[in-house]
Design a protein around this ligand. Structure first.
Ligand SMILES: O=C(O)CCC(=O)C(=O)O
Ligand SMILES: [Fe+2]
Length: 388
């Protein structure tokens, strides 16, 4: 049986390649959601740090100290080295998860050359002829394959981007008919990359649990059950009017944690941490992996570690590619705040539900800032201010 999207699917890449000068109406965001971009002398649009302030080049941060960039940078070699260095790592991790929900991870064990091979295979698929790609078209039930929208609400405003999504774990959830055979290296490169990311995510979950002082009987790993892992490759073509659209509209990731490999040359990711009223550009640190907290970890930690709103802005001259691995609780795992993290005499801040039920929000309704998680905040709890 075929499951259909509510409207015929347009591939954004092919719209962009058709040379249109204006963005079609269904991609135009309401004024309040439009990115603040600045146009430089050559006519190229860049994301502005703040409206009216100087343009920050997204692709180059030479001469900028990492501290002044914003999103904290953590060195996994500190965690692996033990002793005082790993204690310092835990303190930085805790702070990053409480204040930013995002961190840039360096020395994670994968070389830049290796990451480039992953990006190259991923990009190769999007540059295949359209007919070849259409054979992998996804549907709104499994989501696996080549896609161009999130959510199946008729008439929704669409994002200026295409993607490729696959279930990776458990292995039984894979639909191998959706795994590209072209480029030839695609399957082996992605399989190998996902294996390494899964291994890295186990280290991160362990560090996260220790940073929360969780006891061995009640770790995040335990609470996740059998991990569900997904891979999403995002492809954002150049956009003729980037000031009207978003490559990916504001959302927090529904799952546990996400490990994101940015395009090494083209920025576009912006985050809005709880203490900020403005969107902050996330710089590209070549070779780093971005790690971010998803809604399930916010729920499990009773709001202590935050999933943070993020979005992607487009530009008018460069395509952008990113790869995200989502590490989630098992589909049928019931997720609710860990009792150890709920203050005595307080009710849990969130209602319990399975991850599968939770994920159906974004799959049905699309991105919605932090609306999905806020909708399951328990009304009787003292919801932390930052989620209001
Ligand atoms: O492309 C990016 O940098 C972000 C992608 C993202 O947030 C997602 O796929 O959930
Ligand atoms: Fe995301």
């Amino acid at each position: 049986m075929e499951f259909l999207w509510p409207e015929p699917v347009q591939r954004v890449q092919h719209l962009a390649e058709s040379g249109l000068k204006c963005v079609p109406a269904q991609y135009v965001r309401p004024a309040a959601d439009r990115p603040h971009l600045m146009i430089d002398a050559s006519g190229a649009a860049h994301a502005a740090r703040r409206e009216g302030f100087q343009t920050q080049r997204l692709s180059s941060y030479e001469g900028t100290s990492l501290e002044s960039i914003g999103v904290p940078v953590l060195d996994l070699a500190d965690w692996m080295s033990g002793g005082e260095r790993s204690m310092a790592f835990l303190r930085q991790l805790k702070r990053a998860c409480e204040e930013w929900g995002f961190l840039q991870l360096i020395n994670h064990g994968m070389s830049e050359a290796e990451l480039d091979r992953v990006r190259e295979a991923a990009r190769g698929f999007f540059h295949l002829p359209i007919q070849e790609k259409q054979a992998y078209a996804n549907d709104p039930v499994s989501y696996q394959g080549y896609g161009s929208r999130l959510g199946s609400t008729k008439g929704a405003i669409l994002d200026w981007g295409d993607y490729f999504f696959l279930n990776i774990l458990p292995v039984a959830s894979r639909d191998m008919t959706k795994w590209p055979t072209n480029p030839h290296s695609w399957r082996s490169v992605m399989e190998d990359y996902c294996k390494k990311i899964a291994e890295l995510s186990r280290k991160l979950l362990e560090a996260l649990s220790i940073s929360l002082d969780l006891t061995a009987a009640s770790t995040l790993q335990e609470a996740f059950g059998e991990v569900d892992m997904g891979l999403r490759i995002n492809f954002y073509p150049p956009c003729p009017q980037p000031e009207l659209t978003l490559g990916l509209s504001s959302h927090s990731d529904p799952g546990g944690i996400a490990l994101l490999l940015q395009d090494p040359k083209v920025g576009g990711l912006q985050v809005k941490p709880p203490s900020s009223l403005e969107w902050i550009n996330v710089p590209v640190i070549p070779g780093a992996l971005l790690v971010n907290i998803g809604d399930q970890v916010q729920i499990l930690t009773n709001g202590r570690y935050k999933s943070v709103e993020h979005r992607v802005v487009t530009n008018n001259n460069c395509e952008r590619l990113s790869l995200v691995c989502f590490i989630n609780p098992g589909n049928n795992t019931v997720v609710s705040p860990l009792p150890e993290l709920v203050p005595r005499n307080e009710l849990p801040a969130y209602n319990a539900m399975t991850f599968k039920q939770y994920r159906s929000f974004i799959r049905r309704m699309g991105t919605n800032g932090k609306g999905h998680i806020n909708s399951i905040a328990s009304p009787t709890s003292l919801t932390p201010k930052s989620q209001a």
